[in-house]
Design a protein around this ligand. Structure first.
Ligand SMILES: O=C[C@H](O)[C@H](O)[C@H](O)COP(=O)(O)O
Length: 224
């Protein structure tokens, strides 16, 4: 059983390893979460070598700015060489479940713009089949009940994330009990439900590189 201290060290290890992918004089995409927090801390040492960042959440924006890293609006940036973000679960094809922190929609948008997605994660996130972690779905508030009924038809058990509003003013339904053997197809199908803004499956745009933190060092993985 891994202790919290050990897990934090693995997050710091992968965060530092991701710095090798940051091009000089670039604007990079930065995700959200506790692993990305470690990456932003590490990035501060390199801040004079980059132009700045596009952020996927208010949380990361505040942290970047506090460390003196300029944050650009995505609409003012035409290309991003890399996007660095964590995952709640990742499989060997580097498809992911994301959105545990509720930032999935902006994350998917920034990831879509980036040429390369670098996923940083400790070893606990690597799974054979996605779905043990409840799948987050961002929903327009007035469509909440309708979407929940549709999700039951997919075999899942949707639960409203209580007391939580996304940066976009929407709610999150966390879908429990899914065994996601075909993430690409499920991602497309969920997008067809009216009222769904975004789902937390990143399969169409999965990661290009996974930096996986293990007690024996950082392993670099590519889609299998
Ligand atoms: O909305 C949150 C993001 O998708 C995160 O990347 C994900 O939840 C992983 O976060 P953490 O690094 O804290 O486990």
């Amino acid at each position: 059983m891994q202790s919290t201290v050990d897990q934090q060290r693995l997050k710091q290890d992968v965060a530092r390893a991701a710095l090798a992918y940051v091009p000089e004089d670039s604007i990079i995409g930065v995700g959200t979460g506790s692993t990305v927090d470690c990456f932003i801390d590490a990035l501060a040492d390199k801040k004079d070598h980059i132009r700045g960042a596009v952020s996927s959440s208010e949380r990361s924006t505040q942290k970047l700015k506090a460390l003196g890293i300029e944050v650009f609006d995505l609409n003012s940036v035409s290309e991003l060489p890399i996007y660095v973000d964590g995952a709640d679960e990742v499989n060997t094809h580097l498809a992911m479940i994301k959105g545990g922190g509720g930032a999935l929609t902006r994350e998917k948008i920034v990831a879509a713009v980036a040429r390369k997605f670098i996923c940083i994660a400790d070893q606990s996130k690597l799974v054979a089949i996605l779905g043990q972690f409840p799948l987050p779905i961002e929903v327009i508030p007035s469509a909440r009940s309708y979407v929940a009924r549709q999700l039951i038809a997919f075999g899942g058990e949707p639960r409203l994330r209580q007391g939580f509003t996304t940066d976009n003013g929407n709610v999150i339904l966390d879908v429990h009990g899914l065994q996601i053997v075909d993430p690409y197809t499920l991602e497309q199908a969920l997008n067809q439900i009216v009222g769904v803004v975004c789902n937390g499956l990143f399969a169409k745009r999965g990661a290009d590189v996974l930096l996986l933190g293990t007690p024996n060092g950082v392993e670099t993985k590519h889609p299998g």
